[in-house]
Design a protein around this ligand. Structure first.
Ligand SMILES: [Zn+2]
Length: 292
């Protein structure tokens, strides 16, 4: 039925669709952009590919990581309310877990690529967003679901963009190399404040190593979005993902300045249309920013 899905009927593509693998990835990477885009009048959606059911006891090896998926789905619904965007859409694959955990039956890692891409294309056709955002190919720290989400969402974009009325721009969310040192310091400070005295686990060390290796050279980053105006919304969205926060309290006003340093900008590479050499922008193309 026209209008029943938030699409714009016969008009051109409109708004922003973020495609991320787990509940919480969207808030870390693009929560500010989504809140800003929604505040400017764009329809904004999150397509969450897995149910995050391997998100229990993050950072620990050789333990049962399973978690009631309904907890994480509800956390994402909460985050979407905080960002001021539509209810999330789920593809319902199981979380594959980190490398070496052994991907469970029904997980994204074991799913048929054509099936995943086809289901993403269906969602894009139904919602008709102008812009799609997903992870960069390394998935920030190499989690198998992050890598797979990037590859399948990028392919789904290419197919949908080739159709009449398809999306017009694709962005990859990336971590700039210049931010690594600051992030590390902020996370150590945050651990100290929260009274977490346990040394980082093997799993955490591996993640940190991948995080540093997969960060992108700053000169490759095309799009740096200042999100100070909606930082509170991003922090509130992150706080919704309580099962992943390991006791962090990122809404704490005492650490706000540091959080602003850590999260005050979101960074993307515009993949399509390909940027001119040296081209940079403050906001993605293809969205309405008139009220800013
Ligand atoms: Zn994730």
């Amino acid at each position: 039925m026209p209008g029943s899905t938030g699409s714009t009927g016969s008009a051109g593509p409109r708004g922003l669709l973020s495609i991320f693998p787990h509940p919480d990835d969207e808030s870390y990477g693009a929560g500010g952009l989504m809140a800003l885009a929604a505040a400017a009048g764009n329809p904004v959606w999150v397509l969450c590919v897995t149910n995050g059911d391997q998100g229990g006891r993050p950072g620990e090896m050789d333990v049962d990581h399973s978690l009631d998926p309904e907890i994480r789905l509800e956390e994402l619904r909460c985050a979407c309310r905080e960002m001021g965007i539509a209810e999330p859409i789920f593809l319902g694959y199981r979380d594959s877990g980190m490398e070496g955990w052994g991907a469970p039956e029904g997980s994204l890692a074991l799913a048929d690529t054509e099936e995943v891409v086809g289901r993403m294309v269906e969602v894009i056709r139904r919602l008709r967003p102008a812009v799609i955002v997903t992870f960069d190919p390394g998935g920030i720290y190499g989690h198998p679901d992050h890598v797979r989400c990037s590859a399948t969402a990028t392919e789904a974009y290419r197919r949908a963009a080739a159709e009449p009325g398809g999306p017009i721009a694709l962005y990859h969310q990336v971590m700039p190399r210049s931010r690594i040192a600051g992030m590390r310091a902020a996370m150590e400070e945050e651990r100290r404040r929260s009274g977490d005295t346990t040394p980082p686990s093997e799993d955490d060390r591996r993640q940190q190593e991948a995080f540093e290796r997969l960060a992108r050279p700053d000169e490759e980053i095309t799009t740096i979005v200042a999100i100070d105006d909606v930082l509170d919304r991003k922090l509130a969205a992150l706080a919704c993902h309580d099962s992943q926060m390991r006791g962090r309290r990122w809404e704490d006003p005492e650490v706000r300045e540091q959080l602003s340093q850590m999260f005050g900008h979101e960074t993307f590479v515009r993949v399509d249309p390909a940027p001119e050499p040296g081209e940079h922008e403050d906001l993605p193309i293809g969205l309405e920013w008139g009220k800013r």
